[in-house]
Design a protein around this ligand. Structure first.
Ligand SMILES: [Zn+2]
Length: 88
């Protein structure tokens, strides 16, 4: 076996990628507790970016709380949601 190939094989690189992606999630995952926005609900909405989180929160509110997209996407509601976003 070629010693150089062994040392730079795919296993250590895969582990490094896994480590990097985990780290990325830990650093960038944002959460929103539905209860904090005034709902009687234990859901935690997550997203890697504020944009994704807003989208997920809107989907959840429409699906589980009977809101319409228009209700959620008002500047007031957006500000309210944004003010409760936590970085995990
Ligand atoms: Zn909810």
């Amino acid at each position: 076996m070629n010693r150089h190939q062994f040392l730079t094989g795919t296993i250590p690189l895969n582990l490094l990628d896994k480590f990097k992606s985990n780290e990325l999630i830990l650093i960038h995952m944002l959460t929103l507790a539905c209860r904090d926005v005034g709902q009687n609900c234990d859901c935690i909405v997550q997203g890697e970016t504020e944009e994704v989180l807003m989208k997920n929160a809107a989907e959840h509110a429409v699906k589980d709380h009977g809101y319409t997209e228009e209700d959620i996407m008002t500047p007031e509601m957006k500000d309210r949601i944004k003010s409760h976003i936590r970085k995990s």
